[in-house]
Write a protein that binds this ligand. Sequence first.
Ligand SMILES: Nc1ncnc2c1ncn2[C@@H]1O[C@H](COP(=O)(O)OP(=O)(O)OP(=O)(O)O)[C@@H](O)[C@H]1O
Length: 340
Amino acid sequence: MVSLVPSIRAVDLTKRFGPNRAIDRISFEVGAGEVVGFLGPNGAGKSTTMRILTGLLSASSGEAWVAGRSVAREPAAIRHLIGFMPENNPLPEDMRVTEYLRFRSRIKGLSRKIRKTRIDEVLELCDLKHGTERKLIGNLSKGYRQRVGIADAILAEPPIVILDEPTIGLDPHQILGFRQMIQQLRGRMTLVISSHILPEIEKVCDRSVILNRGQVVAAGTRSELREVFSPGQTYELRVEGSLSEVEKRIKTVDHSLVLQDSYREPEGNVRRITFSSNCNTNLVPRIIESLQGPDLPVIQEIRIRRASLEDIFLAATKRTWKEGGDPSAAPRDMEEELSE
Ligand SMILES: Nc1ncnc2c1ncn2[C@@H]1O[C@H](COP(=O)(O)OP(=O)(O)OP(=O)(O)O)[C@@H](O)[C@H]1O
């Protein structure tokens, strides 16, 4: 049965470090069983929020509840409800994988009776069997170390698991493995995952919460976020012929169609052209019709491109910097990206 109590509820959480606010009155909820992406540029406040939720850091004001229990008032209960993998999770290099998990299971208070079964289960789930379980952690690749960190986080079968940057430094094969592992965990627990690798979050998460400069700037499913941050449609065409002619004909379809991008493919005489429109109607048939006739550019391909989580992320974070009116506070790398 799905619990009606949210797994996580944060209301007006604020954390001050001296005069600076790492997070400023942030509020959000994560429903039971959801897989939620926690996103934001560097310094947005993701780790600070995660550390408050897990009881490692106290909030300056505001309150958080985990499965209905107050994080500030019931810290002991929270420890049993949440499994946490921090960013740059430090692991003992000189311990073997199983040895480490045995040690962690004792600290987490798992009874002697279930320890072995549970360790076997997490080794299986995190693909740490077939010899890896006997290796020294110091000899494991980054991807396998991340798996050990996740195995530790889920070891005591907590109903909620928070993973801070679990895909950082992983190669594409390891990222694929991570995605498969999350699919295995789906349905067994609530998962909150922070990451900079937005296509990954897009593939594994039901919803996203986007933070920027310590505030929640967006929260919802991809289609909900798309409605707010990327309304209308984007059309991608592959066309043989003159760009100005394509633009001229397309303008007759709908005045809101605006040229976004155009480049010639390296081989052949085909140009890729992107138009956006704030009109929600599907204009594909009319665009095709407008380019029918002798001596007109020939459409090789046309498709509607849905805004990706990355498009939404950029729109959501860019918007707040504009509204905030203090671009100097934006992290340098994002500032450069956005000024392009
Ligand atoms: N212990 C601390 N003392 C002082 N300032 C801190 C401390 N921890 C975090 N901050 C500041 O709070 C802000 C938010 O940091 P936080 O690590 O939560 O962001 P983040 O979104 O997790 O960033 P990243 O993606 O780079 O890990 C930053 O400006 C950071 O410098």
